[in-house]
Design a protein around this ligand. Structure first.
Ligand SMILES: Cc1cc2nc3c(=O)[nH]c(=O)nc-3n(C[C@H](O)[C@H](O)[C@H](O)COP(=O)(O)O)c2cc1C
Length: 310
């Protein structure tokens, strides 16, 4: 019984950690239109005497999405945690046209040739700002960014990543392991690592000659991570990093996602610790950054979207 009570108390503490302070209504401004009641996903508002009030329902669980504040024509909401922030008005005229967005999405390319100059912190902050409004499960906003803004530190990271990759990838060439994977019906799982094993070995050799094929001598890198317990947050992290890459493109900064660093960070504690990423976090993406030393002028073809209409 004591264990049960302890478990429940621990669970309550975790749940309380998720609870957010709901927005406050400004009764003098509320016109009683009821839009907040309609849009609130947690259904925390009710109309009483033609005014919106927060219901006393103890199961109400405000996720702090701000939809009440965003929808209210009268500006009758204030976020007590952001009192000093005047909510920005949406300017529809400033939104890009669909063709412009499609051009950005199609024209961005992975950049693997960087100029050596650093990317200033202000520019990196602008890039990360593009990820801040990413949708997250339950609006938890639990996306963490780790930034390395020195080429030397990226090289030090690579010095840890390369031997680790060589070790795990060589397993994919072990005949006994391959037979085991075949017998257990998992051979396909090992195909990509097996393909990469000789490439990674070659990259290691090139590195000895001063040629960096892992991170392309990039002057900066961003990693995104989140708590392991939050399954949907992986989607949020990936989406945020992708948004960052699009903003980088518009700011003239080239990027390349980096599966090597991403994977090694999750499976090697030494690397995770070196990066200062908490052990209970999972990395969901890494991306090198730098000013491009090349310019693309055409959009390469891609396969048609694999759509299954039902
Ligand atoms: C999750 C992920 C991991 C990637 N890892 C690497 C990598 O480690 N090294 C690299 O050179 N490119 C990497 N890429 C870039 C892909 O090779 C690239 O996106 C793809 O070839 C398409 O080219 P594009 O980005 O220019 O359209 C990665 C891309 C993704 C989405």
């Amino acid at each position: 019984m004591r264990l049960f009570e302890k478990t429940m108390a621990a669970m309550q503490a975790i749940e309380d950690g998720f609870r957010r302070i709901p927005p406050e209504t400004i009764p003098e401004k509320c016109t009683g239109c009821g839009l907040c009641v309609k849009v609130c996903p947690a259904k925390i508002f009710v109309l009483r005497d033609k005014k919106s009030v927060i219901s006393a329902d103890p199961t109400s669980f405000c996720i702090k999405c701000g939809h009440c504040l965003a929808v209210c024509p009268a500006g009758a909401f204030v976020d007590p945690e952001h009192r000093d922030v005047e909510p920005q008005r949406i300017e529809k005229k400033r939104l890009p046209k669909p063709e412009a967005l499609q051009m950005l999405l199609s024209a961005r390319r992975s950049v693997r040739n960087y100029r050596p100059e650093p990317v200033d912190r202000e520019v990196i902050e602008k890039i990360i700002e593009a990820g801040r409004y990413t949708a997250t499960g339950g609006n938890r906003q639990d996306i963490f960014y780790t930034v390395i803004d020195s080429a030397e530190k990226i090289q030090a990271l690579e010095d840890m990543v390369t031997p680790y990759l060589n070790k795990i990838l060589s397993l994919s060439e072990n005949p006994l392991f391959l037979m085991f994977m075949y017998l257990t019906g998992n051979l396909e799982l090992i195909a990509v690592p097996k393909m990469y094993a000789p490439i990674v070995r070659e990259f290691g050799e090139l590195k000895k000659q001063g040629i960096d094929r892992f991170c392309y001598h990039a002057p900066a890198m961003i990693l995104v991570h989140t708590k392991k317990m939050d399954q949907p947050a992986g989607f949020g992290c990936a989406a945020a990093l992708y948004s960052c890459s699009l903003m980088a493109e518009l700011l003239g900064v080239g990027c390349c996602f980096n599966g090597f660093v991403h994977v090694a960070t999750n499976y090697n504690r030494k690397i995770k610790d070196w990066l200062g990423i908490p052990r209970n976090h999972q990395c969901h993406g890494a991306m090198t950054l730098g000013y491009p030393a090349i310019k693309f002028s055409r959009i390469p073809p891609r396969d048609p979207a694999k759509i299954d209409w039902r």
